[in-house]
Design a protein around this ligand. Structure first.
Ligand SMILES: Nc1ncnc2c1ncn2[C@@H]1O[C@H](COP(=O)(O)OP(=O)(O)OP(=O)(O)O)[C@@H](O)[C@H]1O
Ligand SMILES: [Mg+2]
Length: 248
């Protein structure tokens, strides 16, 4: 279970700008095995929130408790171990262009001490099979379509057997058909591997297709949360109604 309690993130101001409160008193509970959506307008704080969940961004205040451990206290080896338990995929796939597909997938393992090349390759090939790209192992990212590149990123995100996967606008660069096929893959991974998925999107269709539960974030605050169906049918906040294109 992921419990977020009184989370604040303030970006310090520079010479020209004032400090910016990107997240304000976020409280959320994400159940194990769920597909949890976070939706909101551009600049609402979605990426900041997921980046806090794997400590790519340090919260300014508040706690993030995962399976009973307050991860904001973690340092050194414990932090690395925790990060390995959280896979992440992005809008732009973030693959290494000079590495083959196979070596993109094995990359996170190469960071470990005692990395075993033969075992890593075997595991990577299994995952490429899972995402439907067993025949592309020796290709380079530029030789793949966007949807295929995202599948490679998904395989890479799974290489350490994470229990959580964070997806930040993972399908925003893809067409409708490809989006649906990636969402189906994420659903399968959730179901078959039991991975909890936290998915950020500005697309209502994506949220509706895949998320059990959604939270709506507006100007750094959660303004609404509930079963996806309920939120869509009966939105409670102005921000949600605006996203849905309904009149307040
Ligand atoms: N590194 C940073 N330094 C300063 N301000 C930042 C930084 N990252 C984000 N912000 C600000 O924090 C706010 C939230 O940004 P964030 O990237 O979390 O939004 P978002 O909901 O993911 O938007 P989008 O849908 O456009 O990706 C924005 O006002 C943004 O300008
Ligand atoms: Mg973002």
């Amino acid at each position: 279970m992921i419990q977020i309690e009184h989370l604040y993130k303030t970006y310090p101001g520079g010479k020209q700008s004032e400090a910016h409160a990107a997240l304000k008193d976020i409280n959320l509970t994400i159940e194990d095995g769920s597909i949890f959506g976070i939706i909101g307008q551009s600049g609402a704080g979605k990426s900041t929130l997921v980046r806090c969940i794997n400590l790519l961004e340090r919260p300014t205040e508040g706690e993030i408790i995962i399976d009973g451990v307050n991860i904001t206290d973690l340092t050194g080896k414990d932090l690395l171990e925790f990060r390995a338990n959280v896979g992440m995929i992005f809008q732009n796939f973030s693959l290494f262009q000079q590495r083959t597909v196979l070596r993109n997938v094995t990359f996170p393992l190469e960071l470990h001490k005692g990395y075993n090349k033969a075992e890593a390759k075997k595991r990577a090939l299994e995952l490429l099979e899972l995402v439907g790209l067993a025949d592309k192992a020796d290709k380079y990212p530029s030789q793949l379509s966007g949807g295929q590149q995202q599948r490679v990123a998904i395989a890479r995100a799974l290489i350490n057997n994470p229990s959580i996967m964070l997806c930040d606008e993972a399908t925003s660069a893809l067409d409708t058909m490809t989006t649906q096929s990636i969402l189906q893959l994420l659903k399968d991974i959730n179901k078959e591997l039991g991975v909890t998925i936290v998915l950020i999107t500005h697309s209502l269709l994506v949220a509706e297709t895949i998320c059990d539960t959604i939270a709506v974030i507006d100007a750094g605050q959660i303004v609404e949360m509930g079963f996806t169906k309920d939120v869509f049918e009966n939105p409670q906040s102005d921000a949600t109604r605006q996203l849905l294109g309904k009149r307040a």
